[in-house]
Design a protein around this ligand. Structure first.
Ligand SMILES: [Zn+2]
Ligand SMILES: [Zn+2]
Length: 401
């Protein structure tokens, strides 16, 4: 593996920064301390910053040479509302909040690249270092864009990275096209007519209607979508009733839909709506249908993905780069940025959890698990990837001219 010496020499400080952020997790749009820390470090290293986009977002701007080329590198800063069960020294100081997705590490890796680039200006163009809030359900990427990210920081392409447990340390996974799914939620309420459970003929039982809808929805992915298009429709909550001898007035179906394309999502939402409406009407029940689209599918642009793969291969060796990694049904708000700008998002292997030598919980070192911890061995690897990407895409050779 070809790591950059100045970054390796900076590893101890990066680890200290990472663990400090881990110990002080902040939730969506509350990343004040984290943003202050990022801003202070960038300023200390002489990097001009923009603050306020997306509330707590921070952008560092490093220019060198006179090329008009510009790229964005993006990290996320927020933590999750869950209780950490690790007991090591840098465990969360904030009850009910935890860096269980490794955004502490993402922030530290991008700071590592910032430190290097501020000192060794071996590139020609502009690098925007994007530290965004609220990836975990808050759509911080979109919020920064609404606040003018790509207007104030015009860039040719944007790149993202997420640690991935299960992929070995020193290895990467990526694929061109849809690598992560769209994430959507629905809440459907069937309005019936409640009454005595011994006199069902005097009412309209919303539970039976909801059950019919739930069953019929399960034919959408087996009968309506193309078998080649992966999709998930999961009903995760059914709510109705309060006791044994009362038919309730209402029954609710709540859940999530995941797809790798907007076309498939349109089809599923439309079929869900039709089935629910017609089933309710067949039983003389009322229907309220709410469908909320959270994050779109994450689509890696082929040209930028090929460029990222080439950089990774020269850095860690071709064997360590899975350029056709299996896509995941998880979602990621970096997808919004990739709808506006070409770019690429990669998975950096976080290993199997062996790095948690002591003081960790009993669970697996998986994302969103209370035993999870970001693997500090990734800090110089991820930072070197960022810098190598800059050196390649903003090369002084100016291949395009
Ligand atoms: Zn997460
Ligand atoms: Zn995450």
């Amino acid at each position: 593996m070809q790591l950059l010496d100045p970054i390796v020499q900076f590893q101890a400080e990066l680890q200290q920064i990472r663990r400090d952020i881990h110990a002080h997790p902040e939730l969506c749009y509350e990343e004040q301390r984290t943003a202050d820390l990022v801003a202070a470090k960038l300023t200390e290293w002489g990097i001009p910053i923009l603050r306020g986009m997306g509330g707590t977002g921070v952008v560092g701007i490093i220019r060198n040479g006179d090329s008009k080329r510009a790229i964005g590198l993006r990290a996320d800063m927020d933590a999750l509302p869950m209780q950490e069960i690790n007991t090591f020294a840098h465990t969360s100081r904030h009850p009910g909040k935890m860096h269980a997705c490794g955004h502490d590490g993402h922030t530290a890796m991008l700071l590592g690249a910032a430190h290097y680039l501020s000192k060794q200006r071996d590139f020609d163009g502009t690098v925007y270092l994007i530290f965004q809030p609220a990836e975990e359900g808050g759509g911080g990427a979109r919020k920064m864009m609404e606040d003018g990210l790509f207007v104030q920081c015009p860039m040719d392409a944007v790149y993202g990275m997420h640690n991935w447990p299960g992929i070995a340390v020193g290895s990467f996974g990526v694929m061109p096209g849809p690598m992560m799914a769209s994430s959507n939620e629905f809440e459907v309420t069937v309005g019936g007519k409640g009454g005595h459970a011994a006199q069902p003929h005097k009412g309209i039982d919303p539970i039976m209607v909801a059950v019919q809808i739930a069953q019929s929805w399960q034919t959408i992915i087996s009968r309506n979508t193309n078998p080649n298009d992966a999709a998930v429709l999961s009903i995760t909550q059914i709510h109705a009733g309060s006791t044994t001898n009362v038919i309730p007035d209402e029954a609710a179906l709540i859940g999530t839909v995941r797809t790798f394309s907007i076309e498939v999502l349109d089809l599923i939402e439309q079929r869900m709506r039709e089935i629910a409406r017609h089933t309710a009407s067949a039983f003389n029940a009322e229907l309220q249908f709410e469908f909320k689209r959270n994050y779109p599918p994450l689509f890696n642009h082929p040209q930028q993905t090929a460029a990222a793969v080439a950089v990774l291969q020269s850095m860690v060796g071709a064997q360590q780069v899975d350029a056709q990694v299996e896509p995941t049904m998880g979602a990621e708000d970096f997808a919004f940025m990739l709808q506006e700008k070409p770019g690429c998002y990669v998975f950096i292997g976080n290993g199997e959890g062996d790095h948690r030598s002591s003081g960790h919980g009993l669970g697996p070192c998986n994302l969103h698990n209370p035993s999870y911890d970001f693997n500090d061995a990734l800090l110089p690897i991820g930072a070197t990837y960022w810098v190598s990407l800059v050196q390649s895409l903003l090369s002084r050779q100016r291949p395009e001219e």
